[in-house]
Design a protein. Structure first.
Length: 194
């Protein structure tokens, strides 16, 4: 009888394209995740990083919906004066987070093959202004974790942010290139991965 059940489950798996995925909750593992950004000024390139990242997603079958938050006060370029100008540009006391939420994202590639491209369609909110955004991300599994990697381009003017300048001579360009590697762990196993 047990052998028959095993054969039936295998046959069902082949006919339906795989085992049904259980609903799960995933959260960002900030200490293993990385978000960096690059801006260009009149004189040089400026590299920065985000020190505070949070969020996660809910998996229902092969679909995911969730959100990622980056604390603006956690952005740094390792130059206090430049960072102060950046926080002023963002008006950090009023608009403390960069927020991206997504819905109906198909994660079948990663569930079935443990790697693949995922298209996150959602809304990016910066400085209390929201715009639709689609982010193409490469994902793979590392043990029990999801790893999302990619890059995107953000135009400051789209979010009513005026790029800083010094004496009108040294100007920061409107484009910000963001590169990320975000690690998600199952909430049920979160303590095992920290």
């Amino acid at each position: 009888m047990f052998r028959f059940l095993k054969i039936a489950l295998c046959l069902l798996s082949v006919l339906t394209g795989g085992y049904a995925q259980a609903d799960q909750q995933w959260q960002v593992l900030p200490e293993k995740s990385r978000v960096g950004f690059i801006v260009h000024s009149t004189l040089h390139e400026v590299n920065g990083k985000a020190r505070k990242l949070s969020g996660g997603f809910e998996q229902k079958g092969n679909l995911a919906k969730g959100a990622i938050d980056v604390d603006v006060a956690g952005l740094t370029t390792a130059n206090k004066a430049r960072d102060k100008n950046m926080y002023r540009m963002f008006d950090v006391s009023r608009y403390a987070k960069v927020h991206f939420n997504f819905d109906n994202t198909d994660i079948t590639n990663v569930l079935d093959r443990h790697e693949g491209e995922i298209r996150f369609s959602g809304v990016m909110t910066i400085h209390n202004i929201s715009h639709p955004m689609t982010i193409l991300s490469k994902e793979h599994r590392e043990g029990s974790a999801f790893v999302c990697e990619g890059r995107l381009l953000i135009h400051l003017k789209d979010y009513a942010l005026k790029p800083p300048s010094i004496l009108g001579l040294i100007r920061v360009r409107d484009e910000v290139q963001v590169e990320y590697s975000i690690v998600f762990v199952n909430k049920a196993n979160a303590n095992d991965n920290s």
